[in-house]
Write a protein that binds this ligand. Structure first.
Ligand code: SAM
Ligand code: SF4
Ligand code: SF4
Length: 371
Protein backbone atom coordinates (compact mmCIF):
# COMPACT_ATOMS: atom_id res chain seq x y z
CA UNK A 1 0.00 0.00 0.00
CA UNK A 2 1.34 3.44 -0.87
CA UNK A 3 2.52 5.36 2.19
CA UNK A 4 0.68 8.53 3.03
CA UNK A 5 2.81 11.62 2.46
CA UNK A 6 2.57 14.41 5.00
CA UNK A 7 3.77 17.79 3.79
CA UNK A 8 6.91 18.97 5.55
CA UNK A 9 5.59 22.53 5.59
CA UNK A 10 3.04 21.92 8.29
CA UNK A 11 1.20 24.08 10.79
CA UNK A 12 4.42 25.31 12.30
CA UNK A 13 4.96 28.01 9.63
CA UNK A 14 8.44 29.50 9.47
CA UNK A 15 10.77 30.11 12.39
CA UNK A 16 13.35 32.74 12.97
CA UNK A 17 16.02 32.35 15.64
CA UNK A 18 15.54 34.91 18.41
CA UNK A 19 18.67 36.99 18.82
CA UNK A 20 20.12 38.59 21.93
CA UNK A 21 20.75 42.21 20.91
CA UNK A 22 24.35 43.48 21.32
CA UNK A 23 23.03 46.32 23.49
CA UNK A 24 21.07 44.88 26.43
CA UNK A 25 17.48 46.16 26.72
CA UNK A 26 16.51 46.47 30.37
CA UNK A 27 12.97 45.58 31.42
CA UNK A 28 11.15 48.77 32.46
CA UNK A 29 7.65 47.28 32.40
CA UNK A 30 6.68 49.57 29.55
CA UNK A 31 7.88 47.94 26.38
CA UNK A 32 6.40 49.39 23.16
CA UNK A 33 6.20 47.98 19.64
CA UNK A 34 6.69 50.00 16.44
CA UNK A 35 3.10 51.24 16.65
CA UNK A 36 3.43 52.27 20.31
CA UNK A 37 1.46 49.27 21.65
CA UNK A 38 2.48 47.89 25.07
CA UNK A 39 2.86 44.18 25.91
CA UNK A 40 0.24 43.19 28.50
CA UNK A 41 -1.23 39.82 27.58
CA UNK A 42 0.59 36.51 27.02
CA UNK A 43 -1.20 33.44 25.64
CA UNK A 44 0.67 30.25 26.24
CA UNK A 45 -0.09 27.11 24.26
CA UNK A 46 0.70 24.03 26.32
CA UNK A 47 -0.13 21.35 23.74
CA UNK A 48 -0.80 21.09 20.01
CA UNK A 49 -3.15 18.16 20.56
CA UNK A 50 -6.91 18.17 20.99
CA UNK A 51 -9.67 15.62 21.52
CA UNK A 52 -12.10 17.67 19.35
CA UNK A 53 -11.94 18.23 15.60
CA UNK A 54 -13.85 21.52 15.22
CA UNK A 55 -13.95 22.05 11.46
CA UNK A 56 -12.98 25.73 11.81
CA UNK A 57 -9.81 24.85 13.73
CA UNK A 58 -8.59 21.23 13.35
CA UNK A 59 -10.50 19.69 10.44
CA UNK A 60 -10.43 15.90 10.54
CA UNK A 61 -9.11 15.55 7.02
CA UNK A 62 -5.89 17.35 8.00
CA UNK A 63 -5.55 16.53 11.68
CA UNK A 64 -5.87 12.77 11.36
CA UNK A 65 -3.86 10.01 13.05
CA UNK A 66 -0.95 10.59 10.67
CA UNK A 67 -0.61 14.24 11.55
CA UNK A 68 2.92 15.04 12.82
CA UNK A 69 2.16 16.32 16.32
CA UNK A 70 5.13 17.56 18.31
CA UNK A 71 7.18 14.95 20.14
CA UNK A 72 7.32 15.47 23.90
CA UNK A 73 10.98 16.56 23.96
CA UNK A 74 10.09 19.51 21.71
CA UNK A 75 7.54 20.95 24.14
CA UNK A 76 8.66 23.56 26.60
CA UNK A 77 8.83 22.08 30.08
CA UNK A 78 6.84 23.75 32.88
CA UNK A 79 10.07 25.22 34.26
CA UNK A 80 10.95 26.66 30.85
CA UNK A 81 7.46 28.17 30.44
CA UNK A 82 7.62 29.72 33.90
CA UNK A 83 11.08 31.15 33.35
CA UNK A 84 10.06 32.76 30.06
CA UNK A 85 6.81 34.04 31.57
CA UNK A 86 8.83 35.78 34.29
CA UNK A 87 10.69 37.76 31.63
CA UNK A 88 7.42 38.69 29.91
CA UNK A 89 6.03 39.88 33.23
CA UNK A 90 9.10 42.07 33.75
CA UNK A 91 8.20 43.72 30.41
CA UNK A 92 4.64 44.50 31.48
CA UNK A 93 2.55 41.35 30.96
CA UNK A 94 -0.30 41.19 33.49
CA UNK A 95 -2.60 38.61 32.00
CA UNK A 96 -1.74 34.99 31.21
CA UNK A 97 -4.04 32.69 29.29
CA UNK A 98 -3.24 28.98 28.98
CA UNK A 99 -4.50 27.50 25.77
CA UNK A 100 -3.74 24.93 23.06
CA UNK A 101 -4.85 22.58 21.44
CA UNK A 102 -6.80 21.47 24.46
CA UNK A 103 -4.80 22.64 27.49
CA UNK A 104 -6.43 20.17 29.88
CA UNK A 105 -4.85 17.33 27.86
CA UNK A 106 -1.37 18.44 29.00
CA UNK A 107 -0.34 16.05 31.74
CA UNK A 108 -0.04 17.62 35.22
CA UNK A 109 -1.15 21.05 34.02
CA UNK A 110 -1.94 21.87 37.67
CA UNK A 111 1.81 21.95 38.38
CA UNK A 112 2.31 24.65 35.74
CA UNK A 113 -0.68 26.58 37.06
CA UNK A 114 0.78 26.54 40.57
CA UNK A 115 4.12 27.82 39.27
CA UNK A 116 2.49 30.65 37.29
CA UNK A 117 0.15 31.53 40.16
CA UNK A 118 3.21 32.10 42.35
CA UNK A 119 4.68 34.73 39.99
CA UNK A 120 4.38 38.37 41.01
CA UNK A 121 4.53 41.64 39.07
CA UNK A 122 7.39 44.03 39.95
CA UNK A 123 4.95 45.82 42.32
CA UNK A 124 4.00 42.58 44.04
CA UNK A 125 0.65 41.70 42.45
CA UNK A 126 -0.50 38.26 41.29
CA UNK A 127 -1.16 37.84 37.57
CA UNK A 128 -4.59 37.48 36.01
CA UNK A 129 -4.31 33.75 35.31
CA UNK A 130 -6.89 32.11 33.11
CA UNK A 131 -7.37 29.17 30.74
CA UNK A 132 -9.44 28.48 27.61
CA UNK A 133 -10.85 24.99 27.28
CA UNK A 134 -13.36 23.03 25.25
CA UNK A 135 -14.79 21.95 28.60
CA UNK A 136 -14.65 18.21 27.92
CA UNK A 137 -12.47 17.46 30.96
CA UNK A 138 -13.61 20.31 33.15
CA UNK A 139 -16.09 18.36 35.27
CA UNK A 140 -13.20 16.12 36.34
CA UNK A 141 -10.58 18.83 36.74
CA UNK A 142 -12.26 22.05 37.94
CA UNK A 143 -11.54 21.54 41.65
CA UNK A 144 -7.87 20.68 41.10
CA UNK A 145 -7.38 23.65 38.77
CA UNK A 146 -8.83 26.04 41.34
CA UNK A 147 -6.77 24.50 44.12
CA UNK A 148 -3.61 24.99 42.02
CA UNK A 149 -4.33 28.73 41.76
CA UNK A 150 -6.22 29.18 38.48
CA UNK A 151 -8.44 32.27 38.78
CA UNK A 152 -11.03 31.63 36.08
CA UNK A 153 -11.83 29.80 32.85
CA UNK A 154 -13.25 30.49 29.43
CA UNK A 155 -15.19 27.60 27.94
CA UNK A 156 -15.78 27.25 24.20
CA UNK A 157 -19.30 26.09 23.34
CA UNK A 158 -20.83 26.46 19.90
CA UNK A 159 -24.43 25.51 20.62
CA UNK A 160 -26.84 23.82 23.01
CA UNK A 161 -28.50 21.52 20.53
CA UNK A 162 -26.78 18.16 20.98
CA UNK A 163 -26.87 17.25 17.28
CA UNK A 164 -25.38 20.60 16.23
CA UNK A 165 -22.74 20.43 18.96
CA UNK A 166 -21.69 16.88 18.10
CA UNK A 167 -21.37 17.89 14.45
CA UNK A 168 -19.29 20.95 15.26
CA UNK A 169 -16.81 19.13 17.51
CA UNK A 170 -16.83 16.34 14.91
CA UNK A 171 -15.98 13.65 17.47
CA UNK A 172 -19.59 13.11 18.59
CA UNK A 173 -18.93 14.65 22.02
CA UNK A 174 -22.19 15.33 23.94
CA UNK A 175 -23.08 18.87 24.95
CA UNK A 176 -24.35 17.70 28.36
CA UNK A 177 -20.80 16.87 29.45
CA UNK A 178 -19.55 20.39 28.64
CA UNK A 179 -22.49 21.88 30.52
CA UNK A 180 -21.56 19.67 33.48
CA UNK A 181 -18.01 21.04 33.20
CA UNK A 182 -19.29 24.62 33.26
CA UNK A 183 -21.34 23.84 36.39
CA UNK A 184 -18.30 22.27 38.03
CA UNK A 185 -16.18 25.34 37.19
CA UNK A 186 -18.83 27.60 38.69
CA UNK A 187 -19.02 25.39 41.77
CA UNK A 188 -15.23 25.47 42.15
CA UNK A 189 -15.19 29.30 42.04
CA UNK A 190 -13.43 29.59 38.66
CA UNK A 191 -15.35 32.73 37.80
CA UNK A 192 -16.43 34.99 36.33
CA UNK A 193 -16.75 32.31 33.66
CA UNK A 194 -16.86 33.27 30.01
CA UNK A 195 -18.39 31.08 27.32
CA UNK A 196 -17.18 31.62 23.75
CA UNK A 197 -19.36 30.66 20.81
CA UNK A 198 -17.88 30.78 17.31
CA UNK A 199 -20.71 31.65 14.93
CA UNK A 200 -20.58 30.13 11.48
CA UNK A 201 -23.30 31.24 9.11
CA UNK A 202 -25.27 28.26 7.84
CA UNK A 203 -24.04 26.02 10.67
CA UNK A 204 -25.02 27.32 14.11
CA UNK A 205 -26.56 30.80 13.88
CA UNK A 206 -29.90 29.32 14.99
CA UNK A 207 -28.17 28.56 18.33
CA UNK A 208 -27.53 32.26 19.10
CA UNK A 209 -30.85 32.94 20.83
CA UNK A 210 -31.03 29.62 22.74
CA UNK A 211 -27.49 30.27 24.03
CA UNK A 212 -28.37 33.84 25.04
CA UNK A 213 -31.52 32.67 26.86
CA UNK A 214 -29.62 29.83 28.58
CA UNK A 215 -26.77 31.91 30.00
CA UNK A 216 -28.74 35.10 30.76
CA UNK A 217 -29.02 35.58 34.51
CA UNK A 218 -26.39 32.95 35.39
CA UNK A 219 -23.43 35.29 35.98
CA UNK A 220 -21.71 33.63 33.00
CA UNK A 221 -20.67 36.03 30.23
CA UNK A 222 -21.51 34.67 26.78
CA UNK A 223 -19.41 36.00 23.90
CA UNK A 224 -20.03 35.50 20.20
CA UNK A 225 -16.92 35.24 18.04
CA UNK A 226 -16.82 35.88 14.33
CA UNK A 227 -15.49 32.91 12.39
CA UNK A 228 -11.93 33.86 11.46
CA UNK A 229 -9.55 33.08 8.61
CA UNK A 230 -6.87 31.76 10.96
CA UNK A 231 -4.41 29.13 9.77
CA UNK A 232 -4.45 27.55 6.35
CA UNK A 233 -6.61 24.46 6.75
CA UNK A 234 -10.17 25.48 7.62
CA UNK A 235 -11.31 26.51 4.12
CA UNK A 236 -12.54 29.87 5.45
CA UNK A 237 -14.98 31.85 3.33
CA UNK A 238 -16.24 35.37 4.02
CA UNK A 239 -19.83 34.32 3.29
CA UNK A 240 -19.70 31.99 6.33
CA UNK A 241 -18.93 34.91 8.64
CA UNK A 242 -21.97 36.27 10.46
CA UNK A 243 -21.09 39.86 11.38
CA UNK A 244 -21.38 40.56 15.12
CA UNK A 245 -23.65 43.52 14.38
CA UNK A 246 -26.25 41.00 13.16
CA UNK A 247 -25.82 38.90 16.31
CA UNK A 248 -26.45 41.95 18.50
CA UNK A 249 -29.48 42.97 16.42
CA UNK A 250 -30.96 39.49 16.68
CA UNK A 251 -30.59 39.29 20.46
CA UNK A 252 -31.78 42.88 20.91
CA UNK A 253 -35.11 42.15 19.20
CA UNK A 254 -35.98 39.60 21.90
CA UNK A 255 -33.82 40.67 24.84
CA UNK A 256 -33.09 44.44 24.74
CA UNK A 257 -29.40 45.32 25.16
CA UNK A 258 -27.49 48.39 26.33
CA UNK A 259 -23.87 48.90 25.23
CA UNK A 260 -21.18 49.01 27.97
CA UNK A 261 -17.75 50.68 28.00
CA UNK A 262 -14.70 48.44 27.37
CA UNK A 263 -13.44 47.04 30.69
CA UNK A 264 -9.75 47.47 29.83
CA UNK A 265 -7.58 48.93 27.05
CA UNK A 266 -6.89 46.27 24.41
CA UNK A 267 -10.13 44.42 25.34
CA UNK A 268 -11.14 42.31 22.35
CA UNK A 269 -14.86 42.12 23.11
CA UNK A 270 -17.53 44.78 22.73
CA UNK A 271 -19.71 44.43 25.80
CA UNK A 272 -23.48 44.72 26.21
CA UNK A 273 -25.78 44.26 29.17
CA UNK A 274 -29.37 43.04 29.19
CA UNK A 275 -31.60 46.04 29.83
CA UNK A 276 -33.56 44.05 32.43
CA UNK A 277 -30.44 43.37 34.53
CA UNK A 278 -29.91 39.80 33.25
CA UNK A 279 -26.13 40.24 33.02
CA UNK A 280 -23.67 40.72 30.22
CA UNK A 281 -22.97 39.44 26.68
CA UNK A 282 -20.13 40.32 24.34
CA UNK A 283 -19.14 40.10 20.71
CA UNK A 284 -15.65 39.67 19.30
CA UNK A 285 -15.68 41.12 15.80
CA UNK A 286 -12.23 40.09 14.62
CA UNK A 287 -13.28 40.15 10.98
CA UNK A 288 -15.71 43.05 10.60
CA UNK A 289 -14.19 45.46 13.12
CA UNK A 290 -10.44 45.16 13.52
CA UNK A 291 -9.02 45.90 16.95
CA UNK A 292 -5.33 45.85 16.03
CA UNK A 293 -4.91 49.48 17.15
CA UNK A 294 -4.46 48.48 20.76
CA UNK A 295 -3.55 44.81 20.41
CA UNK A 296 -1.25 44.07 23.34
CA UNK A 297 -1.04 40.27 23.00
CA UNK A 298 1.90 37.98 22.37
CA UNK A 299 1.59 34.24 21.89
CA UNK A 300 4.04 31.59 23.01
CA UNK A 301 3.78 28.32 21.09
CA UNK A 302 4.03 24.86 22.60
CA UNK A 303 7.65 24.60 21.48
CA UNK A 304 8.73 28.06 22.58
CA UNK A 305 8.23 30.34 19.62
CA UNK A 306 6.82 33.81 20.06
CA UNK A 307 4.16 34.89 17.60
CA UNK A 308 3.24 38.57 17.45
CA UNK A 309 -0.09 38.15 15.70
CA UNK A 310 -2.74 35.46 15.40
CA UNK A 311 -2.22 35.61 11.65
CA UNK A 312 1.58 35.53 11.69
CA UNK A 313 3.48 33.43 9.20
CA UNK A 314 6.65 33.44 11.28
CA UNK A 315 7.57 32.77 14.89
CA UNK A 316 10.64 33.78 16.88
CA UNK A 317 12.37 30.84 18.53
CA UNK A 318 13.09 31.40 22.22
CA UNK A 319 13.61 27.73 23.03
CA UNK A 320 17.00 27.65 21.30
CA UNK A 321 18.14 30.54 23.51
CA UNK A 322 16.71 28.91 26.63
CA UNK A 323 18.30 25.56 25.95
CA UNK A 324 21.53 27.23 24.77
CA UNK A 325 22.13 28.59 28.28
CA UNK A 326 20.95 32.21 27.92
CA UNK A 327 20.70 34.19 31.16
CA UNK A 328 17.44 35.79 32.33
CA UNK A 329 18.75 39.20 31.26
CA UNK A 330 19.57 37.85 27.80
CA UNK A 331 16.12 36.28 27.45
CA UNK A 332 14.50 39.56 28.53
CA UNK A 333 16.60 41.49 25.98
CA UNK A 334 15.67 39.06 23.20
CA UNK A 335 11.95 39.40 24.02
CA UNK A 336 12.25 43.20 24.07
CA UNK A 337 13.99 43.20 20.72
CA UNK A 338 11.25 41.03 19.16
CA UNK A 339 8.40 43.19 20.53
CA UNK A 340 10.08 46.46 19.57
CA UNK A 341 10.20 45.28 15.96
CA UNK A 342 6.47 44.41 15.85
CA UNK A 343 4.21 46.17 13.34
CA UNK A 344 1.55 43.45 12.81
CA UNK A 345 -2.05 44.56 12.18
CA UNK A 346 -3.44 41.83 9.99
CA UNK A 347 -7.16 42.38 10.67
CA UNK A 348 -6.88 46.05 9.78
CA UNK A 349 -5.20 45.17 6.50
CA UNK A 350 -7.22 42.01 5.67
CA UNK A 351 -9.35 43.55 2.94
CA UNK A 352 -6.33 45.08 1.20
CA UNK A 353 -4.26 41.88 1.17
CA UNK A 354 -4.12 39.45 -1.73
CA UNK A 355 -6.09 36.26 -0.95
CA UNK A 356 -4.04 33.42 0.58
CA UNK A 357 -3.54 31.03 -2.32
CA UNK A 358 -1.30 28.71 -0.35
CA UNK A 359 1.71 29.60 -2.48
CA UNK A 360 3.46 31.80 0.07
CA UNK A 361 4.37 31.19 3.69
CA UNK A 362 1.65 29.46 5.66
CA UNK A 363 -0.15 31.21 8.47
CA UNK A 364 0.29 29.51 11.81
CA UNK A 365 -2.61 27.26 12.90
CA UNK A 366 -4.78 28.35 15.83
CA UNK A 367 -4.51 24.90 17.40
CA UNK A 368 -0.76 25.48 17.57
CA UNK A 369 -0.64 28.94 19.15
CA UNK A 370 -4.05 28.99 20.80
CA UNK A 371 -6.78 31.63 20.70
N1 SAM B 1 -9.26 23.92 22.81
C1 SAM B 1 -9.52 25.08 23.57
C2 SAM B 1 -10.87 25.63 23.21
O1 SAM B 1 -11.44 25.27 22.18
O2 SAM B 1 -11.35 26.46 23.99
C3 SAM B 1 -8.46 26.16 23.48
C4 SAM B 1 -7.83 26.41 22.14
S1 SAM B 1 -8.93 27.03 20.87
C5 SAM B 1 -7.81 27.21 19.51
C6 SAM B 1 -9.20 28.70 21.46
C7 SAM B 1 -10.38 29.41 20.88
O3 SAM B 1 -10.20 29.63 19.51
C8 SAM B 1 -11.70 28.67 21.02
O4 SAM B 1 -12.63 29.50 21.69
C9 SAM B 1 -12.13 28.44 19.58
O5 SAM B 1 -13.52 28.47 19.45
C10 SAM B 1 -11.45 29.59 18.88
N2 SAM B 1 -11.26 29.36 17.44
C11 SAM B 1 -10.59 28.35 16.84
N3 SAM B 1 -10.64 28.48 15.50
C12 SAM B 1 -11.35 29.61 15.25
C13 SAM B 1 -11.76 30.29 14.04
N4 SAM B 1 -11.44 29.83 12.84
N5 SAM B 1 -12.46 31.43 14.17
C14 SAM B 1 -12.79 31.91 15.40
N6 SAM B 1 -12.44 31.33 16.56
C15 SAM B 1 -11.75 30.18 16.48
FE1 SF4 C 1 -9.75 21.72 19.74
FE2 SF4 C 1 -10.28 24.11 20.66
FE3 SF4 C 1 -9.52 23.80 18.13
FE4 SF4 C 1 -11.90 22.91 18.83
S1 SF4 C 1 -11.21 25.05 18.86
S2 SF4 C 1 -10.39 21.78 17.63
S3 SF4 C 1 -11.56 22.29 20.91
S4 SF4 C 1 -8.29 23.42 19.90
FE1 SF4 D 1 -3.63 41.58 17.18
FE2 SF4 D 1 -2.98 40.45 14.85
FE3 SF4 D 1 -5.46 40.20 15.82
FE4 SF4 D 1 -4.60 42.56 14.86
S1 SF4 D 1 -4.89 40.70 13.70
S2 SF4 D 1 -5.75 42.23 16.78
S3 SF4 D 1 -2.43 42.51 15.52
S4 SF4 D 1 -3.58 39.40 16.77
Amino acid sequence: MAERVIPIVDKRSAVQAAAVPAQAIAATGDLRDELGRPLRDLRISVTDRCNFRCSYCMPKEVFDKNYPYLPHADLLSFEEITRLTQQFVAHGVRKIRLTGGEPLLRKNIEILIAQLAALRTPDGHALDLTLTTNGSLLARKAQALRAAGLARVTVSLDGLDDTVFRQMNDVDFPVAEVLRGIDAAQGAGLGPIKVNMVVKRGTNEHEILPMARHFRGTGIVLRFIEYMDVGATNGWRMDEVLPSAEVVKLIHTELPLVQLEPSAPGETAQRWSYADGGGEVGVISSVTQAFCGDCNRARLSTEGQVYLCLFATQGHDLRALLRGGASDAQLASAIAHIWQGRSDRYSQLRSTLAPDTGSGRRRVEMSYIGG
